[in-house]
Design a protein around this ligand. Structure first.
Ligand SMILES: Cc1cc2nc3c(=O)[nH]c(=O)nc-3n(C[C@H](O)[C@H](O)[C@H](O)COP(=O)(O)OP(=O)(O)OC[C@H]3O[C@@H](n4cnc5c(N)ncnc54)[C@H](O)[C@@H]3O)c2cc1C
Length: 416
């Protein structure tokens, strides 16, 4: 793999940047692989990378119906954090944040990781109690969360001028999560793809999978793609909001529903806020990008949907909520908006498991799964390679819905 460095940058500048090696090859699709991964999003690519790096499994094809990194990995608001409440979740996300912090070096690709802290602005006492409970649980696993006063909240977020004592909902304090950060989503997809490719993994864009195929023994035997049948004894479904459209082709029903989540971006302005601001009581969050744009998100639309744009009422709810606390943002012009589709489980935790169909693995239920990409990829690769779940991933088995062993994780940000 060509090394990216200040020297290679200077050397390639001399030749007008025409001699850079392609980040990944475009090989011809073979008839058979050891492992087929469906979905070149964050989770599929990370799984491919760790399969090759940690377990030496390189006869792997990553298939995507579109272009690599063009799904939700490119459509999210890049918040990385570990302020969860359940014993099963916190260590998983702590590991993911830790891996993110070392990813630039690991992949030799600049992730632009900015560990900039998230502040929860709290407007009611039940929420504050819930976040304090979260703090106690997080303490056990080494994740950071600390209560701060309203004055401190205002000091750390200078444009926060609403929510005063006479407001409909006055601010009663805040919580600070210093492990939280943001980074660059394209770099995550491209970095994992480039590194996996360098170890022999094949990337196949424009190679949609139409259906999964079972053998006579009932185990998975391959996939039918738009380019023909590809055999594999192990198949990983990593297609985010489209999981059920594939698993149902072999009669596998999963407790998932697909919902639309959206975000929008303001015009660039001078540096205003150097933390991630989250207010789940009102239903909005934002951070400021390096270019100066405010990157703003709200809650998911409550109906099932495969749409990729924004519904007017979701947009209005989010903007209205934000203006209650940040009235000066009324002057900001909005540049663009977009949406993605996520699959959400009844307990808002992911499903990462080998299914009842031997050899068929699923990583799904990622409504906030950008932050989970490194740990999700590492633990899924472990399961595929060793035929047993990684201890960080074992609780997220699909069997938990049969045993009623839910891992309730609603309410972390704006998820209802
Ligand atoms: C607006 C928005 C904001 C978000 N903000 C955050 C955030 O701040 N923090 C956070 O942690 N998470 C966030 N998320 C969630 C996060 O983006 C997703 O949970 C995560 O990206 C999903 O995993 P992925 O990257 O593997 O999915 P994707 O990138 O969607 O990858 C799935 C891939 O599968 C491919 N595919 C689908 N069907 C097929 C098929 N039949 N054959 C072949 N390929 C197929 C798609 O083309 C796609 O490339 C947000 C999501 C949205 C939409």
């Amino acid at each position: 793999m060509q090394k990216y460095s200040i020297f290679s940058l200077a050397k390639n500048a001399m030749s007008g940047h025409t001699k850079w090696q392609k980040a990944w090859r475009k090989p011809t699709l073979k008839n058979e692989y050891d492992v087929v991964i469906i979905g070149a999003g964050g989770h599929g690519l990370a799984t491919a990378y760790y399969l090759a790096k940690e377990f030496g499994i390189t006869n792997v094809a990553v298939l995507d119906r579109g272009w690599l990194g063009g799904g939700n990995v490119a459509r999210n608001t890049v918040t990385v954090r570990s302020n969860y409440i359940r014993d099963q979740s916190i260590p998983f996300y702590v590991k993911s944040v830790e891996l993110y912090e070392g990813l630039t070096r690991d992949l030799n690709f600049n992730m632009m990781h900015s560990k900039r802290t998230m502040i929860d602005v709290v407007l009611n006492y039940p929420k504050m109690r819930e976040l304090r409970r979260r703090q106690l649980a997080m303490d056990i696993y080494g994740s950071t969360y600390e209560k701060i006063t309203t004055e401190k909240v205002r000091e750390l977020i200078p444009p926060l001028t609403g929510g005063g004592p006479n407001a409909r909902l006055p601010i009663i304090g805040g919580m600070v999560h210093t492990d939280a950060g943001v980074n660059r989503h394209d770099a995550v997809a491209w970095g994992y793809a480039r590194a996996a490719d360098s170890m022999g993994v094949e990337m196949h864009e424009q190679t949609g999978v139409i259906s999964l195929i079972k053998g006579q023994d009932g185990a998975i035997s391959g996939v039918e793609t738009v380019k023909g049948i590809v055999k594999a004894k192990k198949v990983v479904v990593a297609v985010s909001g489209h999981t059920t459209t594939l698993t149902e082709t072999v009669g596998l029903r999963l407790p998932l529903r697909t919902m639309n989540l959206t975000a929008f971006v303001s015009e660039p302005v001078k540096p205003l806020v150097d933390v991630i601001v989250n207010c789940s009581d009102l239903g909005f969050y934002f951070s400021q990008s390096d270019k100066g744009e405010l990157v703003i998100g709200g809650g998911p639309d409550s109906g099932q949907s495969f749409r990729r744009d924004i519904k007017q009422h979701v947009f209005e709810d989010t903007v209205g909520a934000m203006l209650e606390l940040f009235p000066s943002f009324k002057k900001l012009k909005l540049l663009r908006q977009w949406g993605g589709h996520l699959d959400i489980t009844p307990d808002a935790s992911p499903i990462m498991d080998e299914t009842d169909i031997a050899g068929l693995f699923v990583t799904a239920g990622w409504w906030g799964g950008y932050k989970a990409i490194p740990a999700g990829g590492l633990t899924m690769a472990h399961h595929v390679a060793k035929n047993e779940p990684h201890n960080l991933m074992a609780p997220f088995s699909v069997k938990r819905f049969k045993n009623l062993a839910y891992i309730m994780e609603t309410g972390t940000t704006t998820a209802r």
